[in-house]
Design a protein. Structure first.
Length: 259
């Protein structure tokens, strides 16, 4: 089974591009990458190879303004990225989804499950970056926050590009983030939840996952802490694949229908 490319218009001016392994029936795995990342990283490729071995249907794609998908970065919001993700997920409806989200992708996976528009059978959340935008904004000086509001965007160094490269964040991204707050009040999820977080995550504190675990309401929930693990969690890929297998629906649990 080989991947095929797809594209779709998720919202005006945005073309989302991705790849899919699709049996045409049964559960579907969907990978959601992180902020300033793409769907061709080491974890994403390992998940595809695993899906091929297990004969799972699997989908990966680039969010707007990431990778091969179109869109201006400074125009993006969490709500817009959620629209992208739901548009991709709805291509396989009504089949059950296992969502594997990394960092920002984990935050979006929870938002997808809460939205109730697609049937989510399980969540595997990797170093979930819940509310990272709010935390970043709060860390800035009042003068810088005021200037960002006035200018409408903020230039930041791109750590994944040649030295001196910058990208711009629109202030609308910050304004929109609170609509997807995942930490201030209890959240009810329709499916089992597994979080995997590195003990030494240098980007998202382990305390973020611990706080989410305390107030998330789910049929089953747990946090797997990787000793010495960093934010990328590439050394934990074997454990990630195990957790996907553990949540993958059995044949008698499958709600989807053959195409």
């Amino acid at each position: 089974m080989h991947e095929t490319s797809f594209s779709l218009t998720s919202r005006p001016g945005v073309v989302i591009r991705g790849r899919a392994l699709d049996l045409g029936y049964g559960p579907v795995g969907l990978f959601l990458h992180g902020f300033r990342s793409h769907c061709d990283g080491e974890k994403a490729r390992a998940l595809v190879a695993h899906a091929q071995e297990r004969v799972y249907s699997w989908v990966r794609f680039d969010l707007a303004a990431h990778g091969a998908s179109s869109g201006a970065f400074e125009e993006q919001t969490v709500s817009g990225w959620l629209t992208d993700a739901l548009a991709v997920a709805e291509r396989t409806a009504p089949r059950p989804l296992i969502l594997v989200g990394s960092s920002l992708g984990a935050w979006l996976a929870v938002a997808m499950a809460r939205a109730g528009r697609v049937p989510v059978a399980g969540l595997v959340l990797l170093a979930p970056a819940f509310n990272f935008l709010q935390r970043y904004y709060a860390s800035l000086s009042e003068d810088l926050r005021r200037q960002w509001r006035i200018d409408g965007s903020l230039a930041l160094p791109d750590l994944y590009a040649p030295a001196g490269t910058v990208y711009r964040l629109g202030h609308r991204l910050i304004e929109d983030a609170d609509a997807h707050d995942a930490l201030s009040s209890p959240i009810t999820l329709p499916c089992p939840l597994t979080m995997i977080h590195g003990e030494r995550d240098e980007v998202v504190p382990l305390a973020v996952s611990e706080a989410f675990l305390r107030h998330a309401r789910a049929p089953a929930k747990r946090l797997v802490v990787i000793p010495g693990g960093d934010h990328r969690l590439t050394a934990a890929i074997p454990r990630i694949l195990e957790e996907v297998d553990a949540l993958w629906p059995r044949p008698d649990q499958v709600m989807g229908v053959r195409a």
